[in-house]
Design a protein around this ligand. Structure first.
Ligand SMILES: *Cc1c(COP(=O)(O)O)cnc(C)c1O
Length: 439
């Protein structure tokens, strides 16, 4: 394994550096210990696809704050729009004295979301809040209570979404009883289940028919590609079969596109890769370039089902966030943006396949556009969280930020900005190769 590099080293201190360690010490005294810290380098500034920490170390950002900075850190137009709005007003409350940018964000989302039917949107602040809204809307529209979710799903950290997550720990540990009327079924995980999409859908549907009963279900919530679950791309045909079954039984089918939507995978919505047309689609993370805005978008009659006043909250559709969101959604529709995401995806995918050929500890590589995962395995194919855990530090020490994924934290998850340069992709692939060599 060669250790020479064509790239200037980005990391100047041990990781975390002295100043980060100092802040980390204060943090231990001041911040709840229940808040995690995967890579405790404290960030001083960011630009494009590079983070700079308080010790002057630079990192190629293959995390994007979990897929938030899809169009890069400090996106100039989005930041300019947010600053201009901040000088005008920072809050009024849309349900008291409204403003136009909220309406414009909804108009853009309605036009962009999958499906040619008439749509409406509602804005909120966080992804979990938007998922809760989607569930409430589906219950109001159907008069039913049951909520179906699939294995390996992640939907948030509020009380309702704790019940929808596949993993109990750490999200629900000690947090009391999880809410009821939530029914879990199988996902499609081609690397592990070996099923075709229709076979996986049949298995999932049969389980729901037995454990819930189609007539009791208000909605089925699915991530078109599962993020936290380990970048799990379903087999073709899985999502359309679930959609067909939901349509037939009056179950609202909801796509959680919080992580994978809005250009991340090379299409505006990941659902488009799979001929999947959900009734409702939930967005959040990337919508406003780092400002907290989230949304539910979908079929008008369903979206109008709750009584007036049933949705929204104090900060829902904050005007500074909406100003940034109008810019971000506009850029996503500009010529070349999605093409670049696909080119980024191909370059990363080819690079990862080459690594897989050379390192048998890699069981699978998968993903699309700016979303990829490397699944680490033991010789018998079982998940290998130890290798993954070392990899996260090994790449950070070399100047690359990546994310954990998978139930066992055994998938290295990568979500670079789709505006990242070829040079930074190649450097990141080089760091991955060096780290795998050191492993
Ligand atoms: C992040 C995420 C959520 C929760 O969003 P928050 O803004 O953290 O509440 C829900 N679903 C998916 C798929 C996510 O990636």
């Amino acid at each position: 394994m060669t250790t020479t590099t064509a790239f200037a080293p980005r990391v100047r201190t041990e990781i975390p550096g002295p100043r980060s360690r100092q802040i980390q010490k204060t943090r231990a005294q001041e911040v709840s210990a229940s808040v995690g810290a995967a890579i405790p380098v404290y960030i001083a500034s960011a630009s494009g696809s590079v983070l700079t920490d308080v010790d002057g170390n630079e990192f190629i950002d293959f995390g994007s704050g979990i897929g938030v900075l899809t169009l890069g850190h400090v996106n100039p137009a989005a930041v300019a729009a947010a600053i201009a709005q901040t000088r005008k007003f920072t809050h009024t409350l849309f349900t008291i004295t409204p403003y136009e940018s909220y309406v414009e964000v909804c108009r853009l989302l309605n036009a962009m979301a999958p499906g040619s039917f008439e749509k409406r949107s509602v804005l909120s602040s966080t992804g979990a809040e938007a998922i809760e809204n989607a569930v409430k809307i589906a219950r109001a529209a159907t008069g039913r209570n049951g909520v179906a979710v699939v294995d390996h799903a992640y939907h948030g950290r509020t009380n309702m979404t704790l019940g929808m997550n596949y993993q109990y720990a750490p999200y629900a540990t000690g947090a009391g009883p999880r809410p009821g009327e939530i029914y879990r079924t199988n996902n499609s995980y081609p690397y592990r289940d070996g099923l075709t999409g229709p076979e996986a859908a049949r298995r999932a549907i049969e389980r729901l028919e037995v454990t819930a009963g189609a007539e009791n279900l208000a909605c089925l919530v699915v991530e078109p590609i599962q993020g936290e679950g380990g970048v799990i791309v379903p087999a073709d045909g899985f999502l359309p079969a679930l959609q067909e079954w939901c349509n037939r039984h009056g179950i609202v089918i909801i796509a959680d596109e919080i992580q994978v939507g809005l250009g991340r995978t090379g299409t505006l919505f990941a659902s488009e890769h799979f001929d999947f047309e959900p009734d409702l689609v939930v967005t959040a993370k990337a919508i406003a370039g780092g400002f907290p805005v989230s949304a539910v978008t979908g079929r008008a009659p369903i979206m109008d089902a709750m009584i007036t006043g049933g949705l929204s909250g104090t900060f829902s559709g904050n005007p500074v966030g909406c100003a940034a969101a109008v810019e971000i959604l506009g850029q996503l529709q500009q010529a070349g943006t999605l093409e670049r995401a696909r080119a980024v995806g191909e370059r990363i995918h080819d690079g990862l396949l080459a690594l897989k050929d050379d390192f048998p500890i890699i069981g699978d590589v998968r993903g699309l556009g700016g979303l990829h995962g490397i699944e680490f395995v033991h010789e018998d194919g079982s998940p290998n969280p130890v290798a993954f855990g070392r990899m996260l530090s090994l790449v950070a020490e070399r100047g690359l930020i990546a994310l954990p994924g998978g139930d066992h934290h055994h998938v290295l998850r990568m979500l670079p900005a789709i505006t990242i340069s070829d040079e930074l992709i190649d450097e990141a692939l080089h760091i991955l190769r060096e780290a795998l060599g050191a492993l």
